[in-house]
Write a protein that binds this ligand. Structure first.
Ligand code: ATP
Length: 444
């Protein structure tokens, strides 16, 4: 059966209906493209973040973590170039009063002229582009003067560069090594939209990999391949992922290479993560401005090296959207249509549903026992209401990969049936073996 058509509307409505994502400030009519994560959404986001942290930091000897502040000295943003250069070209349409990014006009919609072609947009009387700085200004402390102005960080990366020496020295890191961090970033985007894809408050997962200049080209290739491999490892479909290398003319002036990892969204291929070879740009700028020597001394040659930096920068909130889009499917189960999310067991918000077949004969108590036994190993959910088929269907819709049913045989023989979401096959498994049975399928 071919895969069902996935639209953003279906994802937005399922997200609300099943407690993944709610509109922020909904009871007051909502607030421009801001979203709150519900009980299942926060679990999905955390599990994705945990998978990233585990594979990028814990499972590697060459990468350590960091959690730097959202508010930094304004100097950081002057030196990084964000204060002057983090601009998007803003155009107003005098006819429809809409505001657009001049470089993304092809994707934006003018109600008067719903054209997909930037050329045709000129009929709508667009103003010439003005540069609009995307950082959120904020005031620190009670005194309202310009000295008290700083910005909410527009990326997590700068906190890594400013801590280069702290991390390198305290952890005695040797090149090549990486520093990873995840957290909120803020950009006053001119045009937001497509649900979680582009918002003003969002979460990033970034890593700066410091290496010798002569090895940075190879490390860049390595990280592009590694990041694609990682997305497949959390279950994203091969056919929806691709790497798009930038042409030389489109690179930032300091970058030696950049490749976007793109996903096939309902509106077409678009960015999910950017991998860039930023050369010595950031460390050199911060060295010059701070007077601190942000370099590493090779202990063998005693030579001081300014490392190159390879940066895989991903959006966590954007990846939550991608996980939902990629997992969404519709099919027929036992003669009835079902909607399901085919989440990989590594990221599913609930790993195991546990159901007593009937609400008597000790089955609810036995099922609760199983829940308690596995609760601290993976997310487990107990459900005793409605027909078994209905209970399966509810778990399918939120992407639970496995459901265990306690029946008469459980009471006498100590086994449950585990039903697998995608194949709908059932297997009898001993209660004490459920954890290993699931672990084996989570790793696979
Ligand atoms: P774009 O060109 O789409 O504005 P970008 O190239 O400026 O994005 P980066 O600065 O490379 O984005 O940020 C790294 C990642 O952070 C992006 O690949 C994306 O996943 C995420 N990201 C950036 N801006 C937003 C946003 N406004 N909302 C959600 N995620 C974002």
């Amino acid at each position: 059966m071919p895969r069902a058509e996935v639209t953003l509307d279906k994802i937005v409505s399922l997200s609300k209906r099943r407690g993944f994502v709610f509109q922020a400030s909904e009871i007051y009519g909502g607030f421009e493209s801001t979203w709150d994560y519900g009980p299942l959404g926060v679990e999905l986001k955390r599990r994705i973040a945990d998978a990233w942290w585990r594979d990028m930091v814990m499972a590697r000897e060459d990468v350590v973590g960091l959690d730097s502040a959202i508010l930094q000295a304004p100097k950081v943003w002057e030196v990084s170039g964000h204060a002057t250069g983090f601009n998007d070209p803003l155009v107003d349409c005098k006819a429809c009063k809409g505001r657009f990014r001049a470089d993304k006009l092809a994707m934006s919609q003018c109600p008067r002229k719903p054209s997909k072609h930037p050329g045709e947009h000129s009929d709508c009387a667009l103003t010439p582009p003005r540069q609009f700085n995307m950082m959120f200004k904020t005031q620190v402390g009670p005194v309202e003067d310009s000295a008290a102005i700083t910005y909410l960080r527009p990326e997590t990366a700068q906190g890594i560069f400013t801590n280069f020496l702290n991390v390198q020295q305290t952890m005695r890191m040797k090149l090549p090594f990486g520093v990873a961090q995840m957290g909120k970033s803020f950009r006053n985007e001119i045009v937001t939209g497509n649900f979680l894809f582009r918002t003003r408050e969002f979460e990033q997962m970034e890593m700066e990999y410091f290496c010798r200049p002569e090895e940075s080209a190879a490390k860049f290739e390595y990280w592009v391949a590694e990041r694609l491999r990682w997305y497949r490892s959390i279950g994203l479909r091969e056919e929806n992922l691709r790497a798009r290398p930038y042409e030389k003319k489109d690179l930032a002036h300091y970058a030696a290479a950049c490749t976007d990892i793109e996903y096939r969204y309902p509106w077409g291929w678009d960015e999910l993560e950017g991998v860039a070879n930023r050369t010595t740009f950031d460390l050199t700028r911060h060295s010059e401005a701070s007077g601190k020597k942000l370099q590493w001394m090779d202990p063998d040659t005693k030579e001081w090296i300014t490392p190159h930096v390879v940066e895989p920068a991903a959006g966590l909130s954007r990846l939550v959207l991608v996980a939902l889009l990629d997992a969404y499917d519709e099919d027929v189960a036992d003669g009835e249509p079902r909607t399901l999310l085919r989440f990989h067991p590594r990221i599913a918000p609930i790993t195991l549903g546990v159901f007593p077949l009937v609400k008597r004969d000790g089955m609810p108590e036995k099922a609760r026992e199983i829940v308690r036994r596995y609760l601290d190993r993976f997310p487990v959910f107990y459900d005793e209401s409605g027909a078994i088929g209905r209970r399966y269907r509810r778990q399918d819709e939120v992407g639970t990969p496995f459901c265990a049913t306690v029946d008469g045989e459980t009471m006498t023989g100590g086994t449950v049936t585990i039903r697998e979401r995608d194949s709908m096959k059932q297997e009898r498994v001993r209660i004490e073996a459920i954890g290993d049975w699931i672990d084996a399928r989570t790793r696979a």
